[in-house]
Write a protein that binds this ligand. Structure first.
Ligand SMILES: Nc1nc(=O)c2c([nH]1)NC[C@@H]1CN(c3ccc(C(=O)N[C@@H](CCC(=O)O)C(=O)O)cc3)C=[N+]21
Length: 293
């Protein structure tokens, strides 16, 4: 079993980004600048956004955190987005999800200028990705593909089963694994809440991407010997014996699945860390106008 080590890989990628930022500064260019919009004060969202800001500084990017109150109106949020769209010193920005229930997420995402949509959630970027045109690839699937690439995990001709069909992970992940190229060239099955006999699919899978958001859902009996197992889950489970008051659990029952897997990602220390560096990478592409020239 080989551990797909997100900590090690993300550190490598951060070093590459830092070097590129230094090169930009050396030729008199300003560093890439990422902004994050955080509405309300959900604990997990606070942690993720704080981590994004921290990583920016580690590689020499500028970052701006736009904090807005939980009760902000949709119109006022759209005005904030328009300011970021128009601000020439900001290369890319994200609106942290989920948003409060009274706000239409889809409308907010569509208000982001595609050139600055470093999350890759705008329909223009989704459409471009599906068509194989230059596009920002959503950070979590991008990070997973980068892990498979750097560990040289063979994917061509393999059966990849993606559990979950979310707009931010399952859907783009399926498209990336099926598309021409390496990693890619997979036969892909998308499983979701209406799938009958889900275990019959996962037991056939050479590669499993668990992105359904149910802690320790994938157990050893659901996995073929030698499968590649990618765990996208991050659930906070209350645990008073832990100083933080919670522990993080993935969608995979790691201890029992790991001995059967050829490659597996841990949680924490796996996909989540790759997500953050992929967002930085997209911001670098934005600053260098590599997607939209
Ligand atoms: N507009 C938007 N874009 C996102 O990219 C986005 C989002 N909204 N909403 C929520 C999800 C989740 N997400 C994570 C980022 C980092 C870790 C991460 O760094 N995880 C660490 C530590 C986890 C912890 O300690 O809480 C690890 O897995 O080792 C996890 C998950 C980005 N998301």
């Amino acid at each position: 079993m080989i551990l797909l080590d997100g900590k090690k890989l993300s550190a490598e990628i951060k070093a590459e980004l830092a070097q590129e930022v230094q090169r930009m500064k050396d030729v008199g260019q300003r560093p890439p600048h990422l902004a994050a919009v955080l509405v309300g004060n959900d604990g997990a969202s606070e942690t993720y956004v704080a981590s994004k800001v921290k990583r920016c500084h580690e590689v020499g990017f500028e970052s701006t955190l736009v904090r807005l109150p939980e009760n902000i109106t949709e119109e006022a949020l759209l005005e904030e987005i328009e300011k970021l769209n128009e601000n020439p010193t900001i290369d890319g920005f994200i609106v942290q999800l989920p948003l409060p229930k009274h706000i239409d997420e889809s409308r907010v995402i569509q208000a982001i200028r595609p050139e600055k949509d470093v999350d890759g959630f705008h329909p223009i970027n989704v459409g471009r990705m599906v068509k194989g045109l230059p596009a920002y690839i959503p950070a979590t699937p991008f990070g997973i593909v980068e892990m498979l690439r750097r560990y040289e995990v063979p994917t061509a001709g393999k059966h990849c089963v993606v559990i979950g069909r979310s707009q931010i992970v399952g859907m783009p992940m399926s498209i990336l694994m099926a598309r021409k190229g390496e990693p890619g060239n997979c036969t892909v099955t998308i499983c979701h809440s209406y799938t009958k006999e889900l275990a019959a699919f996962t037991r056939e899978a050479d590669i499993i991407v668990a992105a359904l958001g149910k802690p320790e859902f994938l157990t050893a009996d659901m996995v073929k010997e030698g499968a590649v197992v990618i765990d996208v889950g991050i659930s906070r489970i209350k645990d008073d014996s832990n100083p933080k008051g919670y522990v993080i659990k993935g969608d995979v029952k790691f201890d029992e699945v790991a001995p059967k897997a050829s490659y597996i990602t841990p949680v924490p220390g796996g996909v989540g860390l790759m997500t953050v560096v992929s967002l930085l990478y997209n911001t670098l592409l934005a600053a260098q106008k590599k997607i939209y020239s």
